[in-house]
Ligand binder design. Structure first.
Ligand SMILES: [Zn+2]
Length: 76
């Protein structure tokens, strides 16, 4: 039984993810708070991942930058 419950849980999660990523034009109104919560979490995670600053000049660096685009300082 436990195994089936886990599989069901997994499938529900996949279903939810597909629903979210499918960008349906008219999601069920009662699901909108969930959409908002997911978007907010995703957005805050992206913010954390991408926020990096050049130690030399303080220029904001994006993604996996190796050199600062402003002063050419090597990062890392
Ligand atoms: Zn710099």
């Amino acid at each position: 039984m436990k195994d089936i419950e886990k599989k069901l849980e997994n499938l529900y999660t996949k279903l939810g993810k597909a629903y979210y990523e499918g960008r349906f034009e008219d999601p069920l109104p009662e699901l909108l708070p969930l959409f908002d919560a997911i978007t907010e979490l995703k957005y805050s995670q992206e913010q954390n991942d991408e926020k990096a600053f050049c130690p030399q000049c303080g220029n904001e660096l994006k993604g996996q930058a190796i050199f600062c685009g402003k002063c050419g300082c090597r990062i890392g």
